[in-house]
Design a protein around this ligand. Sequence first.
Ligand SMILES: N[C@@H](CCC(=O)N[C@@H](CS)C(=O)NCC(=O)O)C(=O)O
Length: 245
Amino acid sequence: MMARSFSRMGMSGMRQVRAMSSKPVLNYFSICGRGEMSRLVCAAGELPFEDKAWAPAFDETGGWRQGYAAIGNAFGFPSVLPILEHGDVKLFQSVAIESYLASISPKFSGLTPAQKGVDLMFQSIRSDINGTTESLLFKKIEPGDLPPVMEKWYGIIEGLLPESGFINGLDFPTPADLSVLVIAKGCMPFQAAPAIAGCSPTPKKYPKMFRVATNAAAYPPVASYLAASEHQTLKADPFGIMPPE
Ligand SMILES: N[C@@H](CCC(=O)N[C@@H](CS)C(=O)NCC(=O)O)C(=O)O
């Protein structure tokens, strides 16, 4: 009986059953970077997950601590993190991981296609800014190169944000707001690089960006996650770049 219903269900149905019966496991370094968004999506989305944070993220030379490459290589992925494992579902690419987690999060189950589109737009902005800011930390660009790019990005974000409330007009933050939280308050590399380059954004100049970020961080499930975060990954500053808050 069981076998017959499974065979009628087909491979994709079985894969879904296996994925749903376990908690998603996120493999990422113990910093903000390309992993914190997924952690925040699970927190706000009320999706239990396992946070396999690779700690310490860096070795004494300042490079990534070796060993992480095997995680993705085992699935035919490049030597990078984040990697998500959820039953038979294996993913790399941070934005794909965030979107998958949002799509199975109970709290986000009622989002419309338009709201999901807005979320993906802000997630992609987060990803673009990640690339730009890490270029300074990896010394691919000079500090003087960063301010004009970041001022442009912050201005675009500020212009896209509502006068009040969360971006999708709901009473809870969605991935769009969480992206803004990461951009405005995540240390590595989002705020660390502007701190080095002398272009840190301020609430006075970008009030909507900081309001959305602060309110997303204060949303109770997110606030609980942030308080309990073992390695305080949103703010983790392994190189001591940030000035005291
Ligand atoms: N496009 C990928 C990039 C992944 C990536 O470059 N991850 C970095 C950490 S943020 C990494 O694992 N670097 C180690 C390496 O390149 O060896 C994503 O968005 O997930």
